[in-house]
Write a protein that binds this ligand. Structure first.
Ligand SMILES: [Zn+2]
Length: 324
């Protein structure tokens, strides 16, 4: 090759390199590029329909059903009340998933029927894939007589109320979900998390495709009225780190909540039974720890339903983002 041909070749090469550099966009130039997070207006509008007064009203109804101790005689009546509420909200096919349980409490053995109540939005394209939002409707006391009065407003009437509110908004918006969404009010949580154990065990045996589960348990306690103080503790498990990081992102986009990740108590809620069967799950709980836990003071007057609405917005945004 002659010297002059070398020059021409070099020039052509430079033009190619510079030209190709200019035509590349930011995304293709940097393999780690991700666009700045932006809220989807559809989801923002969706979650803004969630109403704190509705959540408060549903919680009051549940607090007034007494007692809500899982061994007391009225447990079926409470389960039927929850079933009927879902029917009123537009879910006529609500399932009463019952199971027979042997429990031990104060040195006595009890044999009872227990009930998980399941309301579903059937998926339009992947009905076999399921997203679960759960809360438990039974309540207890650490001291005192739970057979008489167990208000359990924050633990966990507020969680069940948040399911009603999610179900209400999805129905009024006529949300056509790609996958199936199940709102599950679990029975028999307080002694041994038996409701969720029964559901998750049956799901694993029958090969149900549960994509993830979010547990709403104690999401209505927040003493501060200053929104910038509000935080939700997102407890994850060994198989749900990515889901927790996604929840943190969604919280930043669609709620006013800060997030924490203190997993100290992650085995003490229904989500744990999903983790044990290999399903990714998160336990959502107020970051402010309540002094009213399992006491007679766990009443609606000590709840903050504007705060509960924000946690509900988080789950709602995650469901809608995944299924719109
Ligand atoms: Zn609870």
């Amino acid at each position: 090759m002659t010297k002059s041909l070398n020059h021409v070749f070099f020039l052509l090469l430079m033009i190619l390199i510079i030209g190709s550099g200019c035509s590349k966009t930011e995304e293709t130039k940097d393999p780690f590029y991700s666009p700045p997070p932006q809220a989807d207006p559809f989801i923002t509008a969706f979650v803004s329909d969630l109403n704190a007064d509705s959540i408060s009203a549903y919680t009051t109804l549940l607090q007034n059903m007494q007692p809500r101790f899982m061994l007391s005689e009225n447990r079926r009546a409470i389960a039927m009340f929850i079933r009927n509420k879902f029917i009123q909200l537009g879910y006529p096919a609500v399932q009463v998933d019952s199971f027979y349980l042997t429990s031990y409490y104060n040195d006595t053995t009890y044999h009872t029927w227990q009930y998980n109540i399941i309301a579903s939005v059937t998926g339009t394209t992947s009905p076999d894939s399921i997203y679960v939002i759960g809360a438990h409707y039974d309540a207890t006391l650490n001291s005192g007589n739970p057979w008489i009065y167990t208000p359990g407003a924050d633990d966990d009437a507020g969680g069940v109320a948040s399911l009603f509110e999610l179900a209400r908004v999805m129905k009024t918006r006529n949300f056509q979900s790609k996958s199936t969404i199940q709102f599950i009010a679990f029975g028999a949580e307080e002694l041994n998390m038996d409701g969720s154990n029964n559901y998750a065990q049956k799901a694993a045996i029958t090969g149900k495709k549960i994509k993830w589960m979010l547990n709403h348990d104690m999401i209505s306690y927040e003493p501060s009225s200053v929104q910038t103080d509000w935080k939700v503790n997102i407890m994850d498990y060994a198989n749900s780190t990515a889901l927790r990081m996604n929840a943190q992102r969604v919280a930043g986009l669609y709620t006013c909540l800060g997030t924490a990740n203190d997993t100290t108590h992650n085995k003490e809620g229904d989500s744990y039974n999903f983790f044990l069967r290999g399903y990714p799950a998160l336990f959502l709980i107020s970051f402010s720890s309540t002094p009213h836990y399992h006491t007679l003071q766990d009443v609606i007057g000590n709840c903050n339903f504007n705060y509960c609405r924000e946690v509900t917005k988080l789950s709602c945004a995650m469901l809608v983002e995944q299924n719109k």
